[in-house]
Design a protein around this ligand. Structure first.
Ligand code: SF4
Ligand code: SF4
Ligand code: SF4
Length: 207
């Protein structure tokens, strides 16, 4: 049987800048080297969010609570994804977004090539009925793949935006984030973030 000492797992090394920042902000590669699936670029949003967090006093609050010993679990964790594939896992962060693109049918002549149905990974999200695309938005994840492959513009993207999520976490009591808003505008991201940070500061002040 292994001793208790042998079962200990060393934590991964933390880069210096991450060790001093009160935030852990992750963006997917859509904001660095680019990605074919990207609907939005998360990099400029990440930059604005970092400034907003400082303006809201969150960094100062976290550092004060840390009393000179800022550990990873004390950081405010954010993940920003360029599309619904959600590679940086916004669903388990304190705040997260993923890009969305809502498809809609047009009056353009559909040639019934079925490319849209074939590319869709969500079974039943799109069907061709009477030579017209029909969406089930309860199944569609708003990824824009069908609009990308449609040769006739029978499908267009009627709105791009952001799925905004908050209060997800791992650790001792893991929880998936709540979906606060679908297809939000960029301004709505910052408004929601203000509320989330205010609640976060209030809760952690009392703990
Ligand atoms: S989340 Fe989407 S856009 Fe970002 S890296 Fe993953 S697949 Fe690409
Ligand atoms: S947007 Fe994506 S999930 Fe929705 S119907 Fe088109 S391909 Fe399917
Ligand atoms: S909506 Fe576009 S991709 Fe889908 S079957 Fe019609 S023409 Fe083809």
């Amino acid at each position: 049987m292994k001793t208790k000492e042998a079962l200990k797992i060393a934590p991964p090394p933390i880069p210096e800048e991450k060790a001093v920042s009160p935030y852990d902000i992750i963006i997917c590669r859509a904001g660095t080297i680019g990605c074919l699936h990207a609907i939005i670029n998360p990099k400029p949003i990440a930059d604005k969010i970092e400034i907003l967090l400082d303006e809201l006093g969150l960094g100062k609050h976290i550092k004060t609570k840390a009393k000179g010993k800022l550990l990873y679990h004390m950081k405010f964790k954010i993940a920003l994804a360029g599309c619904p594939n959600a590679c940086p896992q916004p669903q388990i962060k304190t705040f997260g977004i993923s890009g969305q693109a809502r498809p809609a049918a047009t009056d353009a002549h559909c040639v019934e090539c079925i490319k849209c149905v074939d590319i869709c990974k969500e079974d039943g999200a799109i069907k061709i009925i009477d030579a017209r695309p029909v969406f089930d938005y309860s199944l569609c994840v708003l990824c824009d793949d069908c609009a990308e492959v449609c040769p006739t513009e029978s499908i267009v993207i009627e709105k791009k935006g952001f799925k905004v999520m908050a209060n997800g976490k791992l650790g001792r009591h893991p929880k998936l984030a709540d979906v606060i808003k679908e297809v939000a505008t960029e301004d709505e991201i910052y408004e929601i973030l203000k509320d989330v940070v205010e609640e976060y500061i209030n809760q952690s002040s009392n703990s």
